[in-house]
Ligand binder design. Sequence first.
Ligand code: FAD
Ligand code: NAI
Length: 465
Amino acid sequence: MAEYDYDVLVIGAGPGGYVAAIRAAQLGLKTACAESRETLGGTCLNVGCIPSKAMLHATEYFDAAANGAMAKMGIKVTPELDLETMHAQRRDAVKQLTGGVAFLFKKNKVDWLNGFAKFQDAHTVKVGDKTVTAKNVVIATGSTVTPLANVEIDNAKGIVVDSTGALELPAVPKKMVVIGGGVIGLELGSVWRRLGAEVIVVEFLDQLLPGMDGEIRKEAAKIFKKQGMELRLGMKVTGVSVKGKKATLTMEPSKGGDSETLTADCVLVSIGRRPNTDGLGLDAIGLKTNQRGQIETDHDFSTRVDGVWAIGDVIPGPMLAHKAEDEGIAVAENIAGMTGIVNHDLIPGVVYTLPEIAGVGLTEEAAREKGEVKVGKFPMLANSRAKTNHEPDGFVKIIADAETDRVLGVWCIATVAGTMISQATQAMEFGATSEDIAYTCHAHPTHSEAIKEAAMAVTGKPIHI
Ligand code: FAD
Ligand code: NAI
């Protein structure tokens, strides 16, 4: 009889966990995945990446019809919002994709244990009322919304909501205040602005999108303002109270000063996310979290406890689905005795607004701290495809080492920046120089030609500007 019920038990079926489970099963390991939600796919498929993109995609069409972008191309339409249908197509996308993961589990013979998992010891886990043992346990429990002191979130009421509530609003709020000018605030703020809400973004820092390249952050702010968002930068929210159907938000300058209030029909709290470890029973295995509540791992994703591994949002690094997925593959391969590696220096980040905002590698500021750099930039206005499509906003920026010409960072604002960034990531993964990119033939007319031109601009020789 086998010593354990399973070779691998994965806790959490988000993009980290479900991918780890499938890869482990593909590698011949007997695998189960514990998930407390009624559907698989975690935050990403249920309440994150997928439903937010469904709303962004649909509202992009609405906005194009409403703001004259279609009329410019000779298509005269007056859009009428059917919010219920818009929500239905979002729910349908979620249903299909979460069902797809269930199908993949069956196909790969991964057992889904539906229930909340709690460690009894390093190889024994209680899932709901069942106890299972496993030689290896992978913690992939993800993250949830960071709460804000003095602010109570009530998604059912729809007045003070988190991202999950903001995806489900039954009507377009007249006025919406977004707390936090990060990725969620800008994506979901854009959704409701496009549908007619007056959107005010209150951000603690003096600029949007922390972590991104400085010039990109400034340009993004310009674009969002042009689109009609009001930005209150350098302001800290200190509380929100609700009376009837209105919320009143109190804020003060982050550097100190007089407080002021704002009244709104809806307040979205999007000030970050924190790792999920509550109730997991980490004490039972003697595993401590760091100051940020994350589980620290080695490069192979093993924790300090033998046989216990961790991946995804619950460990340090950017909280991104593709990072979690790559870690899922790597951890399974490491458990199987192979060498699973994730290059954490090259995790692309994308904000799916219009235009999209994307980057990979170092910001110019971080690169300059490390040594001399050369920077090449190319505006989308000079890219023939973007210009033809009436998409003039944004630019591509390439940062290269001054001595070796090796590309250190690529940043783009462009309608399809999220797609464009993959070529930059791949080039950097292969150690490309800006010259390598400049001498690579790019199809014409494509937005990606702006990457080639920015690479040519590193040596001061772009053609089309
Ligand atoms: P999760 O997806 O959070 O999954 C963890 C799962 O574990 C959950 O289903 C949870 O129910 C389960 N769980 C937790 N504890 C237990 C337990 N003890 N027992 C059993 N089950 C448990 N990232 C992108 O890359 N691109 C995007 O466009 C994007 N958009 C986003 C939009 C929104 C609104 C949000 C909120 C997030 C978005 N993200 C996006 C981030 C992305 O969703 C996360 O980085 C990703 O889901 C992390 O994957 P994970 O597997 O680590 O955890
Ligand atoms: P975030 O970290 O991107 O942004 C939070 C913002 O809130 C920061 O700019 C911060 O300065 C600000 N803030 C904090 N406290 C504040 C206060 N009291 N008042 C005003 N501002 C305050 O976090 P966000 O947007 O909640 O997203 C969480 C995570 O989800 C991100 O880490 C991101 O990786 C992931 N995500 C990714 C997406 C993508 O890849 N397209 C989309 C949505 C989420």
